[in-house]
Design a protein around this ligand. Structure first.
Ligand code: NDP
Length: 297
């Protein structure tokens, strides 16, 4: 079997198109422009690239984009004061603090100081709790993007066996909650899991979020399974140049899977599209308006 490629780039463009249409309607009918504020502390080059890309895509869908770039030695009090100001600003519907933060800042404290209704990353402890109890919440962007791709490909996920490899708070755990919410039978695997190959072979859906280049070989994949590769790893090629690869060995997995996401061009583009979707959702909720269909969990 040769897997169908799930084109995250094309699907993300579709999602952004839906967001842009909804944003245009909000402006026309309600004179509302959703606003997203991104806070970057320090000068991590990878984070700067993400933040630029987020800002560009935010304005492209018709939203207001605000960037706050703070020095690496910004004090916790100053950062919390900025978040407080953004929490109170009615023109801002979404707040994202780019992680990781410099070591002297307490990430949990900072994230939990964001108004949960504006927490478009879905990392605030209230949103984690709401998701865990199956209530309406802001859902972390990467797992939301994975869920959207799975729903688009399969329609219903009910009754499927899903294995999530990785148990981080930003990907693995919320991904498992979302799959459970869609009535999958979910296994969460991690570095202490015994016989990982056997566990993965039982899965109709495999979500790999490990951070280890090409760790999952094709012979772990059940014939016809759907493989969602969250990993983004930069590796050096024989010629000394670098390339991006995922957490699964694409070539061998694509021979057995029914469908698979590529890296790059799979989960990555969906993550920013879902950030925009979450900002739109937050704006609708804050103004008591109907939420956009198909853009939330
Ligand atoms: P973390 O490092 O926070 O978590 C990795 C998880 O993988 C841990 O739960 C760890 O287990 C588990 N793990 C590590 N080694 C093994 C192993 N040998 N077997 C089984 N499980 C293992 O990573 P993140 O969740 O933050 O990210 C995972 C990947 O996804 C990274 O490549 C990251 O770059 C990428 N990513 C991509 C995004 C996108 O937009 N596409 C967004 C976010 C992340 P344990 O808990 O036991 O240590």
């Amino acid at each position: 079997m040769t897997a169908q490629v799930i084109d995250g780039k094309a699907f993300a463009a579709e999602v952004r198109g839906k967001v842009a249409e909804h944003v245009a309607r909000l402006k026309e009918k309600h004179d509302l422009v959703p606003g997203l504020a991104v806070v970057l502390v320090g000068e991590d080059p990878a984070s700067e690239v993400y933040v630029r890309s987020k800002g560009k895509q935010t304005t492209e869908v018709g939203m207001k984009s605000v960037e706050h770039k703070l020095d690496a030695d910004t004090s916790e009090a100053d950062l919390l004061a900025l978040i407080d100001q953004l929490n109170k600003d009615d023109s801002i519907n979404g707040i994202l603090v780019q992680l990781p933060l410099p070591g002297h800042l307490d990430e949990d404290l900072v994230i939990n100081s964001i108004d949960p209704a504006k927490d478009v990353d879905g990392f605030h402890i209230s949103n984690v709790g709401l998701l865990g109890t199956g209530q309406k919440s802001m859902v972390p962007c990467t797992p939301l993007g994975c869920l959207m791709m799975l729903r688009e490909h399969h329609g219903s996920l009910s009754g499927m066996n899903a294995v999530v490899i990785g148990r981080s708070n930003i990907v693995g755990k919320p991904m498992a909650q979302l799959l459970l919410g869609d009535s999958c039978t979910v296994t969460i695997a991690h570095s202490r899991t015994k016989d990982l190959a056997d566990v993965v072979r039982r899965a109709d859906i495999v979500v790999a979020a490990v951070g280890r280049p090409e760790m999952v070989p094709g012979d772990w994949i059940k014939e016809g399974a759907t493989v969602i590769d969250v990993g983004i790893n930069r590796i050096e090629k024989d010629d000394g140049k670098t390339k991006l690869v995922g957490d699964v060995d694409y070539a061998s997995c694509a021979e057995r899977a029914g469908a698979i996401t590529p890296v790059p061009g799979g989960v990555g583009p969906m993550t920013i599209a879902c950030l925009l979707a979450n900002t739109l959702t937050a704006t609708c909720r804050a103004n008591g308006l109907e939420e956009p269909e198909g853009l939330t969990a």
